[in-house]
Design a protein around this ligand. Structure first.
Ligand code: SAH
Length: 361
C-alpha cells in the first residue's frame, strides 16, 4: 500500500533529459563511480537503447537504481505516413497524449529530419497552420531527441539521417533551455556526435535568443523573414511588432558566425501579398550588409488557408532580383504535400478537420 502511494506521487523522470554531467550526479548519488555515466550515455545516445536491461556492462544494482527513478522515453504510439516522393511523416504520441510530428525528407544522398520543438506554437504567423493550434506546451529535451530515435526506425535499409532542421512545429527559440540541452546532447562526443554543421535552427526572429544560441553551439541559423518591410511583416509574423526588421537585421549583423557560414533567410512566397518586385528590392536592400542567403519557399496550402501560393513566374522574377543584387537565392520545392507533411502543414489535419491520405504503405 505504502509503495503504491509513493509511486503514484512520483512520475519517473525521462533519462534522456540528462546531460553527461547530470548522469554523473545520478551515478554518484547511487554510490557508484562517475565513469559509469559515460557507459550509460553511450547506451542512451550512442546505441539508442530502449531499456535499462540492455545496458549489459552497467552493474545490475545501478540498472535497478535507474529503473526505479527514470524511464527511457519511448514513444507510446507512432504512425507513419509515406508520400509518393519518399517523404515520411511520423505522428508521435507523448506520455500526456499530446502529439507531435516529425518528417523524414530524403533528397539525393541527404536525408533530412525536420524536428518539432513545441506542441503547437504561440507565434501566430498568419499563414501557418500550426499557429492555429496556439501553444499547447514546450517539448522536453528527451522529447525533442525522441523524434530522432523514432525516425531511425522509419528508415529503409542503408538509409541514415544526415541533416537535422528545427522547422517542424513550434518556435525553437521560445523553448531555449530545453532546445540548447538537446543540441548539446546531439553534438557532444559522449552524446550523438552529430556535427553542428548538419543542424539548422529556424526562428521567426526572437532576437535575444539568437545570440545566445550561436554563442553556445555553432549550428546553422535560419531566420523566417517573409517581408522586406515592417508594415507587411507586422501582419504576417506578429512578433515583428516586438522585434522589428531593423532590430532583427542589426542582431543578425552582430551574430558570432563561423568563417564561411551564412545566415539563411526563409521567405514564404504568398501570391499577391509579398511576392512583388518591390518587396524583392526591399529585401535585397535589407540583407545587403549581411552574410546571407535566401530560401524562397512555395506556400503550402491547407484547408481554409487564407493565402494562395505565388505563380512560378513571380517566384523566378523575385529570385532574379535577389541574384542581381548578388544574393544567393534558392527555391525550396515543396515535399510531402500529399501527406500534409510540407512546411506549415504540420498538425493541420486534426485542427482543420480534414485527413490526409497516405500515398503508400
Ligand atoms: N518557428 C520557426 C520554425 C517554423 S517552420 C520559424 O518561424 O522559422 C519553418 C518554416 O516554414 C518557417 O519559415 C515558416 O514560416 C514556414 N511556413 C509556415 N507555414 C508555411 C506554409 N503554409 N507554407 C510554406 N512554409 C510555411
Amino acid at each position: 500500500m505504502h509503495l503504491l502511494i509513493e509511486s503514484a506521487q512520483e512520475t519517473p523522470a525521462e533519462i534522456r533529459d540528462l546531460t553527461l554531467k547530470e548522469i554523473e550526479q545520478v551515478v554518484e548519488a547511487a554510490g557508484e563511480r562517475a565513469f559509469r555515466a559515460r557507459q550509460i550515455a553511450g547506451w542512451l545516445y550512442g546505441r539508442s537503447a530502449s531499456s535499462f536491461d540492455q545496458m549489459s556492462d552497467v552493474p545490475l544494482a545501478l540498472r535497478e537504481y535507474l529503473k526505479e527513478r527514470f524511464v527511457i522515453g519511448c514513444v507510446s504510439r507512432q504512425t507513419v505516413s509515406r508520400s509518393a516522393d519518399g517523404t515520411r511523416k511520423l505522428l508521435l504520441t507523448l506520455g500526456d497524449r499530446e502529439q507531435i510530428e516529425t518528417v523524414v525528407i530524403p533528397a539525393g544522398k541527404r536525408v533530412t529530419l525536420c524536428l518539432s520543438s513545441q506542441v503547437g506554437c504561440a507565434m501566430g504567423c498568419e499563414f501557418c497552420a500550426t499557429a492555429r493550434m496556439g501553444l499547447h506546451r514546450n517539448l522536453g529535451t528527451g522529447e525533442i531527441l525522441r523524434q530522432i530515435f523514432a525516425a531511425r526506425t522509419a528508415l529503409s535499409d542503408g538509409e541514415a539521417l544526415t541533416n537535422y532542421v528545427f522547422m517542424g512545429m513550434g518556435e525553437p527559440l521560445a523553448n531555449c533551455p530545453r532546445l540548447l540541452k538537446a543540441l548539446r546532447i546531439m553534438t557532444e562526443e559522449w552524446g550523438m556526435q552529430i556535427s553542428p554543421r548538419r543542424i539548422t535552427v529556424s526562428t521567426v526572429g526572437l532576437v535575444p535568443m539568437m545570440q545566445r544560441l550561436l554563442a553556445d553551439i555553432p549550428v546553422n541559423l535560419a531566420v523566417s523573414l517573409h517581408a522586406g518591410a515592417n508594415d507587411l511583416r507586422d501582419r504576417l509574423a506578429p512578433i515583428n511588432r516586438r522585434y522589428p526588421l531593423e532590430a532583427l537585421i542589426e542582431a543578425c549583423r552582430k551574430l558570432p558566425l563561423r568563417s564561411r557560414r551564412r545566415i539563411t533567410f526563409e521567405y514564404v512566397m504568398l501570391g499577391g501579398v509579398n511576392d512583388s518586385p518591390e518587396q524583392a528590392e526591399r529585401l535585397a536592400g535589407l540583407l545587403a550588409p549581411l552574410r546571407a542567403k535566401v530560401n524562397l519557399i512555395f506556400f503550402n496550402s491547407y484547408p481554409d488557408s487564407p493565402f494562395k501560393t505565388s505563380q512560378r513566374a513571380a517566384v523566378e522574377r523575385f529570385q532574379a532580383i535577389l541574384r542581381h543584387a548578388n544574393l544567393t537565392a534558392t527555391v525550396r520545392e515543396s515535399r510531402g504535400a500529399d501527406i500534409a507533411a510540407a512546411c506549415g502543414q504540420l498538425y493541420a489535419e486534426r485542427h482543420c478537420g480534414t485527413r490526409a491520405q497516405p500515398a503508400a504503405g
